[in-house]
Design a protein around this ligand. Structure first.
Ligand code: C2E
Ligand code: CA
Ligand code: CA
Length: 612
């Protein structure tokens, strides 16, 4: 047997190694300690195994000498079909020396077979964590070997150090799991997904790297009506359904709140990820509806792709955000793929936003004017101010390229103020030049402007400053504006009415409860949406809509203006229906301030073609 001094120095050496070990180097260190022990104790082999009580098996962790078996028949051995040595590992509490029958032993078949050695003796000591046997440390010698109590005691001390290391690794793994996952759903968390994206997008990695992003539509409604718990239950259901729907190798993360992301492990191009997203989306919609029918929600889905070495996580995430927001803006419940135009639009909006901070921002604002005519006579009866933005490199931008800056309240208000001022200044100029006398000026206003405090006083002051009669100004609002905040809107509109300013409903017919506004808001005019003024002679449905809008206007004593008249036929059809006022490319394109002034001076556009 090994003497006391040898045993003591063995324990000390093993302790020095094992106590310094971490999860990362534990395999190598365990291997080293095993080697040391096998050699010092004059053994033929040694192994360290951990118990996995969840699956009821003993799992090989380290061995010496290495057999390098692949697959390894004794890598994982289930207690149920293990021989005596491995079966004992399940609940071993004390060191044990065994001399198993070679005919039955699994390990003998692999270890001893062919060696011609008649038998083997094995000393096994348990790794213990409280009452639980978490593994075994074992040493074997072919032939017989006597084991002394001091030796087994030293091995038990070393086994305890192994058990402590094992516990440290488990704790470490748990901490890491917690740090990488979302507690509520068990999915990966935002930080982990971003880290994975950065790894996947590193130069030289396979690409393209594609992600599907999910944003639940209007979850607040559940929280507001049914409470936070119901909202959480929904999130859990959603996470479960998402995990099932994304049934391919992928990182699935809860990105925060009601946002989720799926990052397939495989590289994917834009087309494949879009197809994949459509499939997941389809499943989500039916599953979510059937499992949480009480608070079924739709979901907005964005997909985007990044190229390793070119894009990083934050670029890819901002693409996903743009795509998802665009799905949301289009009404939700759909999949939208990122397009470079989205980034372009966003960049333009940001630029306009920054530019608006500067004192001379109004220099970039350009107003064009769309004439409004009386189709019976061709008389130019008014004009609508349409905003454009002069961009240093892109030229003149149309409102749809930048106007949804209205998402940012302050910006919409600022833009609105600039428009009102510039349009009033223009009207004053036409008047002072003797080109037009009190023409009707129509200005589009956004929802944000109408809830802006002091908006009525400010407009009144501007009208006063330029000497314009309030009754010649007509503000155009869309039904969406009204829906945003009906109470404040109503108050503001009434205040405008009080100072004599007129109100028109723009894009009439495209909203929902138009009729309600007609009775509750101080409206002067309806502008019939361009979508209805097409093919009137050939499309009886559109014709019927226009007829009923005109009837409505008549019943409420409102002016009706047809928008977007492009053809002679449509103009004629409108006249037959009794609609006299119109705008559209048939009569004129939007004009510069100077051109509009000239047209006012001319007083008429040609409408001979409308008389048969
Ligand atoms: P809107 O108020 O319905 O304005 C009419 C839009 O239809 C204008 O587009 C005009 O150029 C276009 N249009 C007029 N006649 C025809 C036609 O015959 N055919 C076709 N295809 N189009 C026609 P624009 O200037 O691009 O403006 C788009 C929208 O942007 C406007 O729709 C309005 O909602 C918004 N907008 C424009 N200026 C302002 C503004 O100063 N403030 C706010 N809040 N919104 C504005
Ligand atoms: Ca308008
Ligand atoms: Ca319109």
């Amino acid at each position: 047997m090994a003497d006391d001094a040898t045993l003591n120095s063995l324990v000390t050496a093993a302790a020095a190694e094992l106590m310094a070990a971490t999860a990362a180097n534990s395999a190598a260190i365990s291997q080293r300690v095993l080697t040391l022990l096998v050699e010092a104790l004059g053994q033929d082999f040694g192994f360290l195994r951990h118990n996995d009580h969840k699956i009821g098996a003993t799992v090989l962790i380290a061995e010496f000498p290495p057999r390098n078996a692949d697959p390894d028949p004794i890598g994982v051995v289930y207690f149920g079909d293990a021989d005596s040595v491995f079966a004992a590992a399940e609940h071993l509490k004390e060191p044990a020396v065994m001399r198993p029958d070679r005919d039955h032993a699994d390990y003998q078949r692999t270890i001893v077979q062919g060696t011609g050695v008649p038998s083997v003796s094995i000393a096994t000591v348990p790794l213990l964590s409280g009452e639980v046997t978490t593994g075994v440390l074992a040493f074997g010698k072919y032939g017989d070997r006597e084991w002394f109590a001091e030796e087994l005691e030293a091995l038990q001390t070393i086994a305890t150090l192994f058990a402590q290391l094992q516990a440290r690794i488990v704790a470490d793994q748990q901490l890491r799991w917690l740090a990488e996952h979302d507690d509520m759903t068990g999915l990966l968390n935002r930080r982990t997904l971003i880290a994975q994206l950065d790894q996947r997008l590193a130069p030289g990695m396979p690409g393209p790297v594609s992600v599907v992003f999910f944003d639940v539509d209007r979850l607040e409604a559940i929280n507001d009506v049914f409470g936070q718990d119901a909202g959480n239950r929904f999130i859990l259901t959603f996470a479960t359904v998402l995990r099932e729907a994304a049934d391919f190798p992928a990182a699935i993360a809860r990105f925060g709140g009601d946002e989720f992301a799926v990052l397939p492990h495989a590289p994917m191009d834009a087309q494949s990820i879009f197809t994949l997203a459509l499939g997941i989306h389809r499943q989500l919609q039916t599953q979510v509806r059937s499992r949480s029918y009480l608070f079924a929600r739709t979901v907005s889905v964005g997909v985007a792709t990044g190229v390793p070495g070119e894009d990083n996580a934050s670029v890819l995430l901002s693409r996903l955000d743009l795509a998802t927001q665009s799905a949301k803006k289009a009404g939700g419940a759909r999949v939208v793929a990122f397009s470079p135009q989205m980034a372009m639009k966003k960049a333009i909006r940001n630029e306009v936003e920054l530019r608006l901070e500067e004192p001379d921002a109004s220099n970039d604002l350009v107003l064009h004017y769309l004439p409004e005519v009386d189709m019976r006579t061709g008389a130019v009866v008014g004009t609508e101010a349409l905003m454009r933005w002069r961009h240093p490199s892109l030229g003149l931008l149309m409102p749809d390229a930048f106007i949804d800056v209205a998402e940012s309240t302050i910006l919409a208000e600022k833009l609105g103020r600039l428009v009102v001022r510039a349009a009033c200044a223009q009207v004053a100029q036409w008047r002072d030049q003797g080109l037009a006398d009190n023409p009707t000026l129509r200005i589009n206003v956004s929802a944000m402007e109408l809830v802006d405090e002091g908006v009525v006083e400010r407009v009144a002051a501007t009208l006063d400053e330029f000497g314009i009669q309030p009754s010649t100004l007509c503000l155009e609002i869309t039904e969406r504006v009204v829906i945003a905040d009906i109470e404040t809107t109503q108050k503001t509109l009434n205040a405008f009415k009080d100072i004599g300013v007129q109100i028109a409903i723009d894009d009439f017919g495209t909203g929902y409860s138009a009729f309600e506004y007609l009775t509750s808001l101080p409206i002067d005019a309806l502008k019939i949406d361009r979508g209805f003024i097409r093919d009137l002679k050939r499309d009886p449905k559109r014709l019927a809509v226009v007829r009923s809008i005109l009837g409505l206007a008549d019943a409420f004593g409102l002016d009706a203006v047809a928008e977007g008249v492009e053809t002679v036929d449509d103009a004629k059809a409108l006249l037959e229906l009794g609609c006299r006022r119109a705008q559209g490319f048939l009569f004129s394109r939007p004009l510069s301030g100077m051109q509009m002034g000239a047209l006012f001076a001319q007083r008429f556009v040609g409408v001979e073609f409308l008389r048969d």
